[in-house]
Design a protein around this ligand. Structure first.
Ligand SMILES: [Zn+2]
Length: 254
């Protein structure tokens, strides 16, 4: 299925893959990776706006996670996880701390049980027009969280079958990330729901900052984006479990 809106030079890797034994073997044997800058935009001071889509987020079991996810962004956007991305600053874009610009629960229209990326893009654009979401800016990153039981499809593949999250751009200037709920072992990797989400969200966050238009920013033609090279290698930053990211300077995942 061709990608809508923009036509990348190639179908760029921009998903969190499932945690599988094959993946573990691959990331355990580090190949030489090198991210190359392709002269496109970066997100200099990311402003994250969370969107908790679907009535499920109103119900007790999930409602408690919204403040937890908000607190994660409040902390992580001024943490060493952002500092370590400074090596990817370029003259036009100096990567600095960001902040959480806000978040919203969006019960209506409710999210369908299977939702395609095209419907997620449409929802974002409609909610911007309706004034429920802030307008896009070069620093704004919409983070869409889906409730348990919802399958996301994108590019002909599905969450919990092929991926655990992804980020992309509508056109070349509306940046967003999509977080299906970690409903399967491949996307929870034995972690709590919150830890699985912070691992996946940190992966997509760092990728959106360094490669908001997939393939136009920092990209490795063999290995993909900054997070793909280190998929499911985790570490603690403060109280949070996050993913390691590739460092060109260190020559490894840090
Ligand atoms: Zn990725």
């Amino acid at each position: 299925m061709p990608k809508q809106q923009h036509t990348p030079k190639r179908d760029c890797v921009r998903v969190v893959p499932l945690a599988t034994p094959e993946l573990a073997k691959r990331v355990a044997t580090p190949q030489s990776a090198q991210l190359v800058y392709n002269n496109g935009p970066l997100i200099a001071s990311v402003q994250v706006f969370g969107i908790f889509w679907g009535t499920e987020w109103q119900q007790a079991t999930l409602a408690g996670m919204i403040p937890e996810v908000n607190q994660f962004f409040d902390y992580i956007l001024t943490s060493p996880l952002i500092d370590q991305l400074a090596e990817y600053s370029v003259p036009q874009y100096s990567i600095q701390h960001g902040k959480r610009a806000g978040s919203v629960a969006l019960p209506t229209p409710d999210v369908p049980k299977t939702v395609d990326d095209s419907a997620i893009q449409k929802m974002i654009q409609q909610q911007i027009s309706a004034g429920k979401l802030p307008s896009a800016t070069p620093d704004l990153l919409y983070f869409v969280f889906l409730p348990s039981g919802v399958t996301v499809t994108q590019g002909g593949s599905a969450s919990c079958k092929a991926f655990c999250g992804y980020h992309d751009a509508i056109g070349k200037d509306v940046f967003y990330a999509v977080m299906p709920f970690p409903d399967c072992s491949g996307c929870s990797s034995g972690l709590s729901n919150l830890d699985a989400l912070t691992v996946t969200a940190s992966h997509e966050l760092c990728e959106a900052i360094t490669d908001p238009v997939p393939g136009d920013g920092w990209y490795d033609n063999q290995n993909g984006e900054i997070g793909d090279i280190c998929a499911w290698q985790t570490k603690k930053v403060g109280a949070y479990t996050v993913q390691k990211e590739w460092s060109n300077q260190a020559g490894r995942c840090v």
